[in-house]
Write a protein that binds this ligand. Structure first.
Ligand code: GLN
Length: 546
């Protein structure tokens, strides 16, 4: 099932593999390369192929794989798609993230349907054909000049082998001018010897060669600059052109990497190999301006991030990045102070939150840490500290208000207490009969209408918005009237389903809960308006000498 030319102009492919070790930042390198190609006027997208058997990461605990990112079309995806969107400022979709589980599911469903009648279904060619079909799916519609495909895992892993075999086959099928392999590798520094070492990279390329893949570009992660001699040595041993061995030195921030790659001329190397003419000189003025603001803040605020997965930064990746964008927008350094919700109680809440300029209560699932979140919200509500609750954070704000202001002592979300007398957060009818866990939440983009004069309307500067969701439970409209009467107002509604999406408190400088995930749509070019205004509120709070 070789990919077909969909138009006169062939879409060009760049396959990114990783060697030596995991966590080298393939996602950031892919996004940076895409960014500098986009800055030259090319239409670029990035997709990721993950080697695990889960059909998507939606059923994974954040401790396993970090945050689950959600696209407009409701796909639960790898967090690298967040980087792709934040860098490129263009949306991704289900087609941009494929797992081994999804590939096998498709092939097995076809087998059951009788599509391969009489044949033995095998990894080669059936699984590899399905991989190739999906790798070329985004060619359709002429939307892109270049597709960058990141292969999850590290060369040498058993799980990635079918992907590598598929890209080996694609090399012939796509043709030399339409295909390159970029191999990201590590050049470790041995402190005792005072030397950078190229051997692991040589081995990793050997491993690739043994499966029939010759990398055209080597991107070398390193903490010290590579010498010309080292680059030449790598070129010689790995059969790569000298100018195609480039260094990716450790950066102060991930947002430096596109400029570092530009300096290394990665765009020119790739364009030459793929025989593409750039449409213009790279235009990264906006990016440089953003970096300038990011690195030269004029103010500083401390924001508490109350969550239960705080040991792992990746669990709240998009929230952290949204604060980076919103901080730069406000020329403000946002220090995020992780606060473990399970450790918070009435006795220590002041110690943890008393000196903060704002508190964000994070999304989450299940009962653990809920009481700590409610305690934090009670404290910031009463002490008028800027508050931003996202998804579960918004639900906890409703529970807190119902319990402490409306005096509905047993009020709860039915996620935590099925038998509560006051289910202020409940399960929608359409969720009640669902038993399967994968892909069954309210997922993806939904529209929302804002109330005039609300914090949200002032932030977005419009009345119609669309935001992404990922949750099962909803605000219970039976309690809307009493809550509003007491000053906790619904300021964002999904009209089609009559669902409350935003709650705001009157007589508080900034108290905002949203049922959706605004962090998923914050990009360098478009910092999210709610994060930007939350940071502004924190600056005001700080400057008022609180
Ligand atoms: N657990 C809650 C729900 O499913 C909130 C989910 C979230 O914060 N993403 O509704």
């Amino acid at each position: 099932m070789s990919p077909k030319k969909t138009s006169q102009v062939m879409v060009k492919h760049i396959f990114v593999t990783g060697g030596v070790t995991s966590s080298l930042g393939k996602g950031i390198i892919s996004a940076s390369l895409a960014k500098i190609l986009q800055a030259r006027g090319l239409k670029v997208t990035i997709q990721k192929f993950d080697p695990y058997i889960n059909v998507d990461p939606g059923t994974l605990n954040p401790y396993e794989h970090g945050e689950c990112y959600v696209t407009d079309d409701g796909a639960e995806t790898d967090l690298d798609l967040g980087h792709y969107e934040r860098f490129l400022n263009t949306p991704t979709s289900q087609a941009n993230n494929v797992t081994t589980g999804r590939i096998y599911q498709t092939v097995i469903n076809k087998e059951r349907a009788g599509d391969y009648l009489g044949k033995t279904v095998q990894v080669i060619p059936h699984i590899t054909d399905e991989i190739k079909r999906r790798m070329c799916l985004l060619e359709k519609g002429g939307k892109y000049d270049i597709i960058i495909t990141e292969i999850g895992g590290t060369v040498g892993d058993i799980e990635s082998l079918p992907y590598l075999e598929a890209i080996r086959q694609l090399r012939q099928e796509l043709g030399k001018a339409n295909y390159i392999n970029l191999h990201l590798t590590l050049i470790p520094y041995l402190r005792a010897a005072g030397e950078l070492k190229t051997k692991p990279t040589q081995h990793s390329v050997k491993e690739l060669l043994s499966i029939g893949i010759q990398p055209e570009v080597l991107v070398c992660r390193t903490e010290n600059h590579l010498t010309k001699e080292m680059k030449e040595k790598l070129a010689l041993f790995c059969n790569v052109e000298k100018n195609s061995v480039i260094e990716a030195i450790d950066a102060e921030t991930i947002y430096d990497v596109p400029l570092l790659m530009l300096k290394e001329k990665l765009d020119l190397i790739v364009l030459k190999k793929l025989k593409i003419k750039a449409k213009k000189e790279p235009d990264l003025e906006y990016w440089k301006d953003f970096l300038g603001k990011l690195k030269n803040p004029t103010t500083e605020v401390n924001i508490g991030l109350v969550g239960k997965y705080n040991e792992l930064q990746d669990a709240y990746k998009s929230i952290h990045e949204a604060f980076v964008h919103a901080g730069a927008e406000n020329e403000c350094e946002v220090n995020i102070i992780p606060i473990h919700s399970a450790n918070l109680d009435k006795g220590n809440v002041k110690k943890h939150l008393g000196n903060l300029d704002g508190v964000l209560v994070a999304p989450g699932f299940g009962e653990r840490g809920i009481m700590g979140k409610i305690t934090a919200i009670e404290y910031v509500r009463e002490n008028k500290i800027p508050f931003f609750g996202i998804c579960l954070g918004m639900q906890c704000a409703v529970v807190e208000f119902a319990r402490h202001v409306l005096k509905l002592r047993g009020a709860a979300s039915v996620e935590v207490n099925k038998n509560t007398k006051d289910p202020v957060i409940c399960l929608m009818d359409e969720q009640k009969n669902i038993t399967a866990m994968g892909g069954t939440m309210r997922l993806g983009a939904y529209s929302c209408k804002l109330k005039k004069g609300s914090i949200s309307e002032k932030a977005y500067q419009t009345l119609e918005i669309s935001e992404r969701h990922r949750h099962r439970y909803e605000f219970n409209n039976d309690y809307l009237k009493v809550l509003e009467k007491a000053g906790f107002r619904a300021t964002g509604i999904n009209k089609e389903r009559n669902l409350v999406e935003i709650m705001e408190l009157k007589d508080h400088p900034f108290f905002l809960g949203v049922q959706f995930h605004p962090e998923l749509k914050s990009t360098v070019e478009n910092p999210h308006p709610l994060f930007a205004s939350f940071v502004r509120a924190a600056i005001v709070y700080n400057q008022a000498g609180n």
